[in-house]
Design a binder for this molecule. Structure first.
Ligand code: AHR
Length: 330
C-alpha cells in the first residue's frame, strides 16, 4: 500500500487518508479507483512448482504462515517453468500487490521483469533460490539456504568416510534442475571439497530435475553406462529415492553396494536414511514461511532488512535420523 501512496504523490493525485501500510479506511488507487483497504498486506508469491517433498513442505509453510501473519497471499505455481514465473510476476504488478516474493526456477534472466516491479514501486523478496542479477537493488533481500555450504557438507562426509582407503572412489551425481541456484551451488561446493583428494572421481553427472521419476530414470542409465559405482551424490532426497528404486531394480543394495548422500532431509528421505539405504543427508529447511512474512511486513513498512538471511541447518547420520524421525515436521 505504501508504494501506491508514493505513486499517487508522484502523479500529484490527492491522497485522502493513509497512515502507512495496511492502515484502515479506504484509499485512492493509482488507476483512479477505490480499493477496499482491510488493513492487510497483499503478497504475490510465485512458487517453483511441486517437484519434490521439499517443495510441498515449503508451499505449506508459506501458506500457513501467511494465514497466521494476516497476509493475503496470491499464490501461483509455475510448474518449473521460468516463463510462468515471469507471467505471474507481471500479473502481480498489474494487481498492485504490496510485495512480491518468489523462488526463481533458474538463476538467470530476471532483470527485465524485476525492473518492471521496481518501476511500479513494488518491493521483491527472493526466497529459497537466488538470481544472478548484477543489480542487487532489484530485490530487497534473499532468504534461504547456503547451497554451496550444503554441497561442501556432503563432500566433507565423503572425504571422512573414505579417509582410510587408497582405492579410487567412483561417484555419480544427480544434479538438480539445470541452471537453478541449488544445482549450481551444490555441485560447486561438493566438487571443491572432493578435489582435495584425486582418488575421488565424478564418473557421470546429469540432471534429474529434482524429481523422483527423473532420479530413477537417470540412475537406471548410470547403472548401465558406468561400471563400479561406489557413491551416488543426489542434489535432493527425491532424486535419491528414485535412484534407490533403480539400484534395487538392478539387484544391488543401496547403502552397501552404493553409498548414497542426499540433501533436504524430508521425512521419506529420513526414513530411507534410518533404514540404511541412504548414508548421509544434509539438511535444507523448507520452513521459510514465518521469516518470509516477517521480512515482508518490514519491507512494506519501509524498514531496513538484511540483504541476506541464511537459513540455519544441520546434517544427519543414520543414527541421528532414527532419533529425529518421530518429531520431524515435514
Ligand atoms: O531450492 C530448494 C530445492 O528445490 C530442494 O533441495 C529441492 O528438493 C527442491 O526441489
Amino acid at each position: 500500500m505504501l508504494q501506491r501512496v508514493s505513486a499517487l504523490i508522484a502523479v500529484g493525485a490527492v491522497v485522502l487518508t493513509m497512515a502507512g501500510c495496511g492502515s484502515g479506511g479506504t484509499s485512492a488507487t493509482t488507476d483512479g479507483g477505490k480499493a477496499a483497504d482491510d488493513g492487510k498486506i497483499t503478497m504475490g508469491f510465485s512458487q517453483v512448482g511441486a517437484e519434490s517433498g521439499w517443495r510441498t513442505a515449503n508451499t505449506k509453510s508459506v501458506q500457513e504462515s501467511a494465514k497466521t501473519a494476516g497476509v493475503e497471499l496470491k499464490f501461483s505455481d509455475a510448474q518449473q517453468k521460468q516463463e510462468n514465473q515471469i507471467k505471474a510476476i507481471r500479473s502481480f504488478v498489474q494487481q498492485k500487490v504490496d510485495v512480491i516474493a518468489f523462488s526463481p526456477v533458474v538463476e538467470s534472466g530476471w532483470d527485465t521483469v524485476l525492473k518492471e516491479a521496481q518501476s511500479a514501486k513494488i518491493p521483491v523478496i527472493l526466497t529459497d533460490r537466488a538470481v544472478d542479477s548484477a543489480d542487487t537493488t532489484l530485490y530487497k533481500t534473499f532468504l534461504g539456504s547456503d547451497f554451496v555450504e550444503e554441497g561442501k557438507k556432503a563432500g566433507q562426509w565423503l572425504v571422512e568416510e573414505y579417509k582410510d582407503s587408497k582405492d579410487p572412489v567412483n561417484i555419480v551425481e544427480l544434479q538438480g534442475t539445470t541452471g537453478s541456484a541449488p544445482a549450481n551451488d551444490r555441485k560447486a561446493g561438493f566438487a571443491e571439497v572432493i578435489a582435495a583428494d584425486p582418488k575421488f572421481k565424478i564418473a557421470a553427472s546429469q540432471t534429474g530435475d529434482f524429481t523422483r521419476a527423473k532420479g530413477k530414470e537417470v540412475m537406471d542409465a548410470f547403472l548401465k553406462s558406468t561400471p563400479d559405482i561406489d557413491v551416488l551424490f543426489a542434489h535432493n532426497d527425491d532424486m535419491g529415492l528414485g535412484a534407490i528404486e533403480a539400484i534395487e531394480g538392478a539387484g544391488k543394495v543401496p547403502g552397501k553396494d552404493i553409498k548414497i548422500i542426499t540433501i533436504d532431509a524430508v521425512k521419506d528421505g529420513m526414513q530411507a536414511l534410518a533404514d540404511g539405504k541412504i548414508s548421509y543427508i544434509v539438511e535444507c529447511s523448507p520452513l521459510l514461511g514465518p521469516q518470509l512474512m516477517d521480512l515482508a511486513k518490514k519491507v512494506v513498512a519501509g524498514e531496513q532488512v538484511p540483504a541476506r538471511v541464511v537459513t540455519e541447518e544441520t546434517a544427519f547420520t543414520q543414527e541421528q535420523a532414527k532419533a529425529a524421525l518421530p518429531t520431524r515436521q515435514y
